[in-house]
Structure formats: C-alpha cells, structure tokens
Design a protein around this ligand. Structure first.
Ligand code: ADP
Length: 361
C-alpha cells in the first residue's frame, strides 16, 4: 500500500529513509530529532555539522549510521503561529522537498513523523491533513511506499465533528445490532435484498462499457454475465445438471473491477492510485481472472470507483464478502459511502482512529 499510517517509533522502522523533524541548525534537539540522533549515534551529528543548517520548508540528506535505514532526511517544519503566517505552505513544502530528495536518491520507502506537530505546535489534525494531501498528490505521480508515523494516541485525532458523527453512526447501528435481534434480522434482510438487487430502480443506469484498448488477455473481454443463478426456493427438480449449473458462474471480481474502471472512464493507473493500491497488486488482479482479493482491497477499489452502496455490496459479493452492521470496520465504510465521501485517505484516517485495519493493498 503506497501510503500507510502506522503507530510506531520512527527510529525502529526499516526503510530506505526516515525523515527528521529538525530545527534550522540541524545540530539536534528534542522530540523526534533527539530520538533519531540518539539511535543513529554521534556520527550523524558530525555529518550534520557539515551541512550549514537548513531553512524552514527545505530538506537535506545524511546517512543513517546506526539506524535501520540508509538515509535520514532532515527537514525543518514551521513553528505554528496561528495559521496566518504561511505555515501550511511551509509544512507542505517540507513533505514535498523530502519526497523529492528521497526520489533523487532512489528510495523506495520513506517514513515521516508528523512534522511540526510536537514542540512546534501545529494542530495535529491539520498537520495530518497536510501530510496526507501532499503525500497523496506525490504518490499519484510516483511509486514509493510512504509511512506516516504517528507516535502517541494523541497524535492522531480526526476532526472532532467527523469523529462524533462516526461514533453516533456506530452507536446507532453497532449497538442495536448487538442488542436487538429483531432489528438485526431486519437489517440482514435489507442487506441481503440490497445484495441480490444491486441495480435497483433508484440507481442510475451505468454508462455503456467502453472496449479496453490493447489488452490481449482473454478474460479481459468485458462481457457482463447477468444470468442469476437459480434461487434456492426452486424445486431441486428444476436444477440443471451440475456442469450446466456451474457454467452459469457469474463474472469474477477481477472482470467486474476492469469493467467498472471502463464504465467510469478511468484508466487503470488512475484507479489503483486512487485506491491506494500498489501497481504490482493491481497487475496480479488484472492478469488473474480468479484472483481472490482481501476485503480491504475490494473496498479500496469500491471507494476509488465511487460505487454506491448496492454496487459496493455487489463487488464484495464477487469476492465472497459483504458488509455487516456487526463490524465497526464495515460501519465506518458504510458511513462514508452513505455520505458520498470517497476520500480514501480520510476514510483511512477514520479507520485508524477507530483502531481498524486500513483500506488498500
Ligand atoms: P516539531 O518540533 O517539528 O514539532 P517534535 O519532535 O516535537 O517536532 O514532534 C513531531 C512529531 O513527532 C510529534 O507528533 C511527536 O509525537 C512525534 N514523535 C516524537 N518522537 C517520535 C518517535 N520516536 N517516532 C515517531 N514520532 C515521534
């Protein structure tokens, strides 16, 4: 997954480069800077002395010494002075300059702390938004694995309003699902109906699928097989023989995904980048008609394709999954889809805040 939000000590992360939230002198300080210098050993300070400092918003690179990374990229975040002094642009520039420096040095993986969000006082939720948006933009153009490392539980707080809304949504549905069997039964029936009728009358008809260009793989012929399997209520006698029955197999997840990409007029790259899925995983899915994705992967594509709830359930069903009101993870996804909010990074922020696994590869 190209952007991962993780909770860890950055000095322990094995990757090509870690980023240090330094000060302009580059001669060490407190917080993450102190931790990095302690773990790297005195040679890091020796090299930093040769660099002549670093201006706010810029970045400089040194070796990693005793750290489990090749490089340390030192960047200087802005001190928060209320938001009216160009803090956002300077902070964005820290992330951009560090990523550019990492790319120049052929780094495939980079870990960032939340720059400026400690002693420099940048409000944490805003600092995360800036980080996620600049890293997300960068990853649309480049292939790199980027970790955004949050240290304490307090480091990570999604906007209060969004958080409260999600808590209410979970309380309304999750609690009821666990305390009221009738309610749960009703919901399950609804869920089942939604699953069985993914193209209900209320939904706009999908635009006609465009033929894919230059793809030779046979399964990529996007022919939608709409034939539903016979319903369980039909008498056994009405069933065709087994090979005919199996012959009615519906389109696979892989085929459906590629068809939806075409219907949405997206390119494959746009879709997997938007889904926060890496290129290799997408290639596997594309070349294996029977590929069995994980549930977070299916949902990442559903979000990237901006599928409605019934369409999402349909896509999940292709891979053998559904959404349940007995799972916080599922409720959070459902919440965002119902809101029409398909920002995968915002969804991942929320999942992270609720201690759930994230979407993506
Ligand atoms: P700044 O001066 O840029 O605010 P700080 O080091 O004070 O830098 O804090 C930046 C962020 O790094 C804070 O969110 C803090 O919680 C986090 N942090 C501190 N130590 C570590 C560590 N060892 N690993 C990852 N993050 C850390």
């Amino acid at each position: 997954m190209p952007l991962q939000i993780i909770r860890q000590d950055i000095t322990k992360i094995e990757c090509d480069a870690i980023v240090n939230a330094a000060n302009e002198s580059l001669l060490g300080g407190g917080g993450v800077d102190g931790a990095i210098h302690r773990a790297a050993g005195p040679e890091l300070l020796e090299e930093c002395r040769t660099l002549g400092g670093c201006r706010t918003g810029e970045a400089k690179l040194t070796g990693g010494y005793r750290l489990p990374c090749r490089y340390v990229i030192h960047t200087v975040g802005p001190v928060w002075r209320g938001g009216g002094y160009g803090e956002r642009e300077l902070l964005a520039s820290c992330y951009r300059s560090s990523l550019e420096l990492a790319a120049e040095h052929h780094c495939e993986s980079v870990a960032f702390p939340l720059i400026s969000a400690g002693a420099y006082g940048y409000p944490k939720d805003q600092a995360i938004r800036v980080a996620v948006s600049v890293i997300g933009e960068f990853l649309m153009e480049s292939d790199m694995l980027v970790y955004l490392v949050v240290f304490g539980r307090d480091d990570f707080s999604i906007g209060k309003k969004l958080f409260t809304d999600i808590v209410c949504f979970i309380d309304d549905h999750y609690a009821a699902a666990h305390t009221d069997p009738l309610e749960e039964q009703r919901r399950r029936t609804q869920c089942y109906e939604a699953t069985m009728h993914p193209c209900g009358a209320a939904m706009p008809p999908p635009p006609a699928a465009k033929a894919r260009r230059g793809v030779a793989l046979p399964h990529l012929r996007r022919k939608k097989k709409d034939a539903a399997l016979p319903q369980a209520s039909q008498a056994d006698a009405a069933l065709p023989d087994l090979s005919d029955y199996v012959g009615q197999i519906d389109e696979s997840f892989s085929t459906m995904l590629l068809r939806k990409i075409d219907e949405r007029g997206m390119t494959d790259v746009q879709c997997y980048k938007k889904a926060n899925i890496d290129r290799k995983l997408f290639s596997k899915i594309r070349s294996d008609v029977h590929y069995k994705p994980s549930k977070p992967t299916v949902l990442a594509f559903a979000i990237a394709l901006e599928l409605s709830l019934p369409e999402t359930l349909d896509m999940l069903m292709k891979a053998g999954f559904t959404l349940s009101h007995s799972s916080k993870f599922d409720l959070i996804i459902e919440y965002f889809i119902r809101q029409g909010n398909y920002d995968i990074f915002e969804i991942n922020e929320a999942l992270f805040a609720f201690d759930q696994s994230l979407l993506g590869g």
